[in-house]
Design a protein around this ligand. Structure first.
Ligand code: ATP
Ligand code: MG
Length: 418
């Protein structure tokens, strides 16, 4: 689990602000979801035999003996939320949420045990138009973040659950003949979750997979039409994509469209956003049959991509220094006044005492434009010293009551100069 330093946090904030803006522009509504759900929810949705449920969940009994889990992903909780709050029946919803997810994985660059996602889920829309809209929305986010040159779209269709099962048994037949040559994980998955083998990163297994039957040959007609229409829409609108038949996703609830947005710039952790359709999930969790489609983007990976481009922007405009008890109180008070009357101005008060010289050095390091100086003399005469730290280095004494107007004028002039 990571500690997020200020420079990094600023990048997270930039991503969140951008994504929030874009989601609003497409009419998506934000919801708040709990970080803990009943363990059963994930077993029933993500699937018992997936990596996530088998070995990555933080699960514990609460004081009542109920098994709870720190959410490893957001879709299951969002479906539960939408169903319990009556948002699904005969309705169309475009929802989004953000927050931490938890998975017990091997930590490495771009892979953490607590990570941030922004997810969106759409309910009640069965056609490929909403799939296309989600991808357009993603593409707009990459453009807004200046990452569009580095992130590309990979698409696949898993077809109906029946088509998928049929394919799965053909795949198992094929792989059985090479069983002993497969890596250990894949041998295990041959029993538990064979589709996931397609996604193996092991060279020898990948070689064997080259001769495997293709999922696309097993697609049912409706799924094929859905997929072809989606591809057509993307071509019409000008969203570039590549069909990647090995994209199967690590969660059981997907059907039809699945996609990943990938980059070469993060090594093995190359997927920054992933999602797809889960038309059976609502019903599977006890609701009325409702189509669903969504995505989740990993903010930690996007932040790594942006980290190279950004510098920490810690903007201080005014830095107040003081000496003596009365002046210390006076400085806190003047700072409040500046914040009240000049909104948008960032004011830092030197706390912890020290000589004026040392305090002014801190003021300089802070990057502030102005230092406001308050000693015992100033307190008794009702005045204040103001020093321009960047332009002239000049210091003037003014009346305390003039400080706001003085600063306001200084900053407006500076803007003209700047
Ligand atoms: P991967 O194949 O990289 O393990 P995943 O298929 O498990 O990803 P999803 O469950 O689809 O990932 O989650 C969506 C996105 O969340 C991923 O594309 C990734 O950007 C991010 N993500 C997933 N797991 C982690 C993690 N452990 N640390 C950081 N980001 C993650
Ligand atoms: Mg994973």
């Amino acid at each position: 689990m990571q500690d997020i330093l200020p420079a990094q946090k600023q990048i997270f904030r930039l991503i969140e602000d951008t994504v929030r803006d874009v989601l609003a522009a497409y009419g998506y509504l934000e919801v708040g979801l709990p970080q803990i759900e009943q363990t059963r929810l994930f077993q029933r949705s993500v699937g018992e035999n997936t990596d996530i449920v088998e070995k990555e969940m933080y699960t514990f009994d609460d004081r009542n003996g109920d098994s709870l889990t720190l959410r490893p992903e957001g879709t299951a909780g969002c479906v539960r939320f939408a169903e319990e709050n009556g948002l699904l029946y005969n309705q169309i919803q475009r929802l989004w949420y953000s927050g931490a997810m938890f998975r017990y994985e091997r930590p490495q660059k771009g892979r953490y045990r607590q990570f941030e996602q922004i997810g969106a889920e759409c309910f009640g829309m069965p056609g490929p138009d909403i799939d296309a809209e989600l991808l357009l929305l993603n593409a707009r986010i990459w453009r807004r973040l200046g990452l569009d040159g580095e992130i590309s779209l990979e698409l696949n269709s898993l077809g109906s659950p029946e088509a998928r099962n049929q394919y799965e048994s053909k795949l198992v037949d094929y792989l059985q003949t090479y069983k002993t040559d497969l890596d250990e994980d894949s041998q295990r998955r041959l029993e538990s979750n064979p589709l996931r083998i397609l996604d193996s990163k092991i060279d020898r297994t990948r070689d064997i997979l080259k001769g495997a039957p293709l999922l696309s040959e097993f697609l049912d007609d409706d799924s094929r039409e859905h997929f072809e229409t989606l591809c057509g829409l993307l071509e019409d609108i000008g969203v570039a994509y590549r069909i990647n038949p090995t994209i199967v996703r690590g969660l059981d609830y997907y059907n039809r469209t699945v996609f990943e947005w990938v980059t070469d710039s993060l090594g093995a952790q190359g997927t920054v956003c992933a999602g797809g359709r889960y038309d059976g999930l609502v019903e599977q969790l006890g609701g009325r049959s409702t189509p669903g489609v969504g995505f989740a983007m990993g903010l930690d990976r996007l932040a790594l991509m942006l980290a190279e481009q950004q510098e920490l922007d810690s903007k201080v405009d005014v830095y107040l220094v003081s000496q003596g008890d009365a002046a210390r109180a006076g400085a806190l008070k003047l700072a409040e006044m500046l914040r009240d009357q000049l909104p948008g101005t960032n004011v830092l008060v030197h706390c912890g005492g020290g000589k004026f010289k040392a305090q002014l050095k801190k003021a300089d390091i802070s990057g502030a434009q102005l230092a406001v100086i308050l000693g015992e003399d100033e307190m008794s005469s009702g005045s204040v010293g103001v020093k321009s730290l960047r332009i002239s280095g000049e210091q003037v004494e003014i009346n305390q009551s003039e400080l706001v107007a003085w600063c306001s004028e200084y900053f407006s002039k500076e803007k003209v100069v700047g």
